[in-house]
Ligand binder design. Sequence first.
Ligand code: EBR
Length: 390
Amino acid sequence: MDERAVLEELKKYRKMDLKYEDGAILGSMCTKPHPITKKISDMFFETNLGDPGLFRGAKKLEDEVINNIGKFLNNPNPFGYIISGGTEANITAMRAINNIAKTKRKNHKTTVIMPETAHFSFEKAREMMDLNLITPPLTKYYTMDLKYINDFIEDRNNKNDISVDGIVGIAGCTELGAIDNIKELSKIAEQNNIFLHVDAAFGGFVIPFLDDKYKLDNYCYEFDFSLNGVKSMTVDPHKMGLAPIPAGGILFRDKSFKKYLDVEAPYLTDIHQATIIGTRSGVGVASTWGVMKLFGEEGYKNLASECMDKTHYLVKEAKKLGFKPVIDPVLNIVALEDDNPEETSLKLRKMGWFISICKCVKALRIIVMPHVEKEHIDKFLGALTEVKKN
Ligand code: EBR
């Protein structure tokens, strides 16, 4: 095939894809990347951070991006990487917890407490590392029950039983946007010398920029490295950071955690490699750097406010039509109660609307990403009303 024919053929496939700007994608945490990232992707498309000595500029950018993200997460001295996504970031944190646990005790199954609302990437980590996952009950706000955790740890300590190695708190859970009480989890983690990982894959680029007027009394919005117990955090530029895929982020409190991730990599320019993925593109790094410089704090604040305003609009209009949100919106995620979410979402899909459903509660889930406009919300609610009538 000649070049023109190849491109023409590819266009046919691309046409089959949904487009964010059409507003039918209502269940995704990704969105249309900022336009500047097209030019940046072009500039960095052949870079490979798997061998950083060859791409020193891209590597320097990665260090700068990690520092820049660290700044808005109150960590002046972070260590980390821009990797393939939140899945890899969470598995990386579990690797660190598992390897730290192994230095302390042999023949011990690494035990990690995390909520039922945790993303399924932790299930992959459990399977890979044979972790023992403990899931405390949820409060009515869909956060982890702190009393259960305290009692569980105390009970283990009293019995001199296998101790807890890690706790995972979620800052913006996938299904509902709820934020665990990271401040209290941090205290528990510090008191008991437990590693606390925060999954802020979604919330990491929202919560720091959230105006106080959107904050609810029932949640604690402190979630970052200013809390001493927090040792690592997932924060994804390819979600609310407007970077193109792949750009997930993993940050550790400092470089002392690197040794728990490093494997020897004798044939590379750097003789150790800490990331799970070997060969990895520098596009996400450079794009994240670019959007963050262009947008600045002000830009992300405006973005968070716009999404939250549209979220409240959706809830208000949905209520008028008789739909009930599971919780008041904590972030730009809405879950509407539904007696048969599987069936409703399938019917909506047939009408061209792509929402998702919750697992922890019977509900339809809508993520009000930057590409979702009020006119899309109106049309969607019209379609939902029609589906529920029939
Ligand atoms: C949702 C990702 C998603 C994206 C879903 C697009 C549907 C789409 N969530 O069409 C948390 C709190 C998440 C999450 C993904 C991940 C994994 C980790 N933590 O590997 O980048 O909500 O998909 O992130 P990933």
